[in-house]
Design a protein around this ligand. Structure first.
Ligand code: UTP
Length: 287
């Protein structure tokens, strides 16, 4: 059974080539959706799901992420002196919201390799993994949806969504069978051609793993695209012990590419309590 799941790994060391030139000098995870960077949405989701020990795997050019969660004494003093109390509170809340440690992935060798960089910080306990560039807008935080199944079963859990057959080559695709009302994953293929896809169940960037995953990652050789793929290690894990899938309730946006990013801004912008209505009118008038 679950022994207090509190740690979560955020791999943030990718190169962000799909969003160049925006990501040339600033991290993809710092792209802003309405008024907050993507990584802050991810950390807030983790905290709302009871995971308050954050392990951020960073790389070259990712300093802004560390600065974002750091205390900026000068900025806080300036806001206070200027009587900007609401902004002061928000800025100081961000700096103190979570305990964050940073681990460096020295070379972008793949998502599986990035997760493996957190091995010593997680140790021998279950842990979450979240990809902050996948923004999930939902009533129940996405990581909490996974946590519920993890607490029921004590096993690894992977977030899923159904995708049209012609889009399967963009995702890791899972084969699954029903077991006691849950989806048990039997295999996974990274970015298959439609004719090779075992289903329409795409793996999205939310996971909870038992620590056994680290042993398997250590043995995982480069796969698709020459990268050490997380999917390959999870496929092996699923052959050794149960790995369950959860169809995530909510809207998932791949904000790591310009179209998904714009859609995430449109959705959250149009729901904003202050200016949502105005933005919605503006968007309607454009059409
Ligand atoms: P992506 O597939 O989005 O890759 O990685 P990317 O390099 O960030 O972006 P593109 O494809 O070049 O545009 C999925 C997640 O894995 C992390 C990324 O930061 C992202 O959160 N990642 C990927 C690493 O941390 N290290 C890697 O070596 C690769």
């Amino acid at each position: 059974m679950n022994r207090g799941l509190s740690k979560i790994v955020f791999p943030t060391a990718g190169l962000g080539t799909r969003f160049l030139p925006a990501t040339k000098a600033s991290p993809k995870e710092m792209l802003t959706i309405v008024d907050k960077p993507l990584i802050q949405y991810g950390v807030e989701e983790a905290l709302a799901s009871g995971m308050d020990k954050i392990i951020m795997v960073t790389g070259r050019g990712k300093r802004a992420i560390e600065d974002h969660f750091d205390i900026s004494a000068q900025l806080e003093a300036n806001l206070k002196a200027a009587g900007k109390d609401a902004l002061y509170k928000e800025v100081s809340r961000v700096s103190r919201m979570a305990e964050v440690v940073y681990v460096r992935q020295k070379q972008a060798l793949g998502l599986g390799h990035a997760v493996a960089c957190a091995t010593n910080w997680v140790g021998d306990e279950p842990f979450g993994v979240a990809l902050a560039d996948e923004l999930i807008i939902s009533k129940v935080p996405a990581m909490q949806q996974l946590r519920i199944i993890h607490e029921q079963t004590g096993c690894s859990v992977v977030g899923l969504m159904r995708v049209p057959k012609n889009l399967v080559s963009r995702y890791g695709i899972a084969a699954a069978s029903e077991e006691n009302g849950l989806l048990r994953l039997t295999d996974m293929v990274e970015k298959p051609q439609p004719e090779d896809a075992p289903s329409d169940l795409a793996i999205i960037g939310r996971y909870i793993f038992t620590p056994r995953l680290f042993d398997l990652l250590a043995e995982t050789k480069p796969g698709k695209g020459g990268e050490i793929q997380l999917t390959d290690a999870v496929a092996r894990l699923a052959k050794e012990e149960p790995v369950y899938g959860v169809l995530i309730e909510g809207n998932r946006h791949d904000a790591g590419n310009p179209l998904g990013f714009l859609m995430a801004n449109a959705e959250l912008g149009s729901k904003h309590p202050q200016f949502g209505e105005e933005l919605t009118d503006f968007l309607r008038n454009l059409l």
